[in-house]
Each structure stands twice: as C-alpha cells, then as structure tokens.
Design a protein around this ligand. Structure first.
Ligand code: HEM
Length: 197
C-alpha cells in the first residue's frame, strides 16, 4: 500500500462509498467491494505466498503430457511461473488489481480458486477462511488508517526496498512505514474492542 498509493486511495474510496463512515466494514460488505477483492487477489498473485506450492509425490508411475513420472517422484507446482504467465496476466510483474476486474468494475468470473491455493484434490482447504481473514484485515486497516512512507528526522521519506524472504513460504522483509488515522469514529471503535485502546 505504501508503494501503490493510488490503489490504496481507490480501495479506501470504495469502502467509504459503500460503508457508512462511522462503521468498520464487515465480511457482509465483501460482495459490494469488488475493487478491494481485486486488491486481495492481486496481492496473492503478485508475490504468491507459496511460490513452489507444497511438495507432493506420485503414488504410482504416471504419464503427464508425454512425460513419464516414476512412482515416488517429488512433484512441485511452480506457482511462481503461473503468477508470471504473460498470457493469463499481461505485464505480469506489474501490481495491477484492475486486471481482475471487468470493464464495468466487477470481478471477473474465473478468479475464485485460482492457482495461489494449489490444485486438484489437495487444494488448500483453508482458502475461504484465509481469504476472508485477509480481506477483513485489509478492510479494517484501510478504512481507518492511511499507510505511507515513514519519515526520517530530516522529514525525508525513508525509501522501501522491495525485498522478500526466500523459502517455501515468502513474505516481505520488514520495512518502515507510517500510519495516519483517517477516521476518528472507526479508530474509536477499533480501540474499544482491542486491548491496546
Ligand atoms: C493466504 C493463505 C494461504 C495460502 C496461500 C495457502 C496455500 C496453500 C497451498 C498452495 C497448499 C497446497 C495445495 C496443493 O498441494 O495443491 C495448501 C494446503 C493446505 N492448506 Fe493452505 N494456504 C493458506 C491458508 C490456509 C489456512 C488459513 C488453512 C487452515 C485454516 C490452511 C490449511 C491447509 C491445509 C490443511 C493444507 C493441506 C491440504 C492437503 O494436503 O490435503 N491453509 N495451502
């Protein structure tokens, strides 16, 4: 959100258009906030959390697309390559939630269950829970605070290096940023239900 302030502003504007200004969005609002969903799907695609999926093994000899795969072979799905497939995602390295929307701003049909959560019988059973949990966090945070660059003592923006951890599951490396409340009413509600109020 620091790197893409226009995306952040559009997501917040959508929230403020649909949800009353003194109410924190709830999961019931999800269907009415297609742009926020598009941001969620793009976050999961852009630096997909499990770039090589979860390892599997073949329980018997198999042939796939002309390739012989012996019993016991380790099989991993290259989700990173899928995330960068230019046919499905033109200009794939660009963070662009709009790619998941139709021309009239609705979510495209074929998004749910996309590759981020794996494939076939062993597809992630937690995907609905995961999506709803991340969506709720995003909606809450964006409805209450503006996220921006942190500033050093001289008032200058502290740049962010776009760096990720390596491994089976990846996430951004720690970085500094700032949070500014944009809704005293919603902030008050959040503080009332959390212990840090
Ligand atoms: C953004 C969050 C998440 C991502 C990106 C994710 C991704 C994945 C992926 C790629 C797999 C492997 C699927 C395959 O082998 O084809 C998987 C499996 C699995 N996930 Fe998730 N997951 C997430 C959250 C969750 C949550 C919240 C739960 C539980 C509540 C969960 C439970 C599981 C379980 C139990 C499996 C193993 C399924 C099996 O092998 O039969 N995941 N997940």
């Amino acid at each position: 959100m620091v790197l893409f302030p226009d995306v952040q502003a559009r997501a917040r504007a959508e929230i403020n258009q649909v949800v009353k200004h003194d109410i924190i969005p709830s999961i019931d609002d999800r269907a009415s906030l297609p742009y926020l969903d598009a941001v969620l799907f793009e976050v999961l695609r852009w630096h997909t959390p499990t770039p090589l999926g979860i390892a599997h093994a073949t329980s018997q000899d198999d042939v796939y697309d002309g390739y012989f795969i012996p019993k016991g072979a380790l099989v991993m799905v290259n989700q990173w390559a899928l995330s960068r497939d230019e046919e499905t995602f033109p200009d794939a390295s660009r963070f662009d939630p709009g790619r998941h929307l139709t021309i009239d701003g609705q979510l495209k049909d074929n998004i749910v269950n996309h590759f981020v959560f794996g494939h076939g019988r062993r597809i992630c059973p937690g995907r609905w829970f995961a999506e709803n949990a991340v969506w709720t966090a995003m909606a809450t945070i964006l409805s209450i605070v503006r996220i921006d660059y942190a500033r050093g003592p001289d008032g200058h923006e502290i740049k962010i290096k776009e760096e990720y951890t390596a491994g089976l599951s990846i996430r951004p490396k720690p970085f500094q940023c700032s949070f500014e409340s944009v809704s005293a009413e919603r902030e008050g509600q959040l503080r009332a239900v959390t212990s840090f109020g």
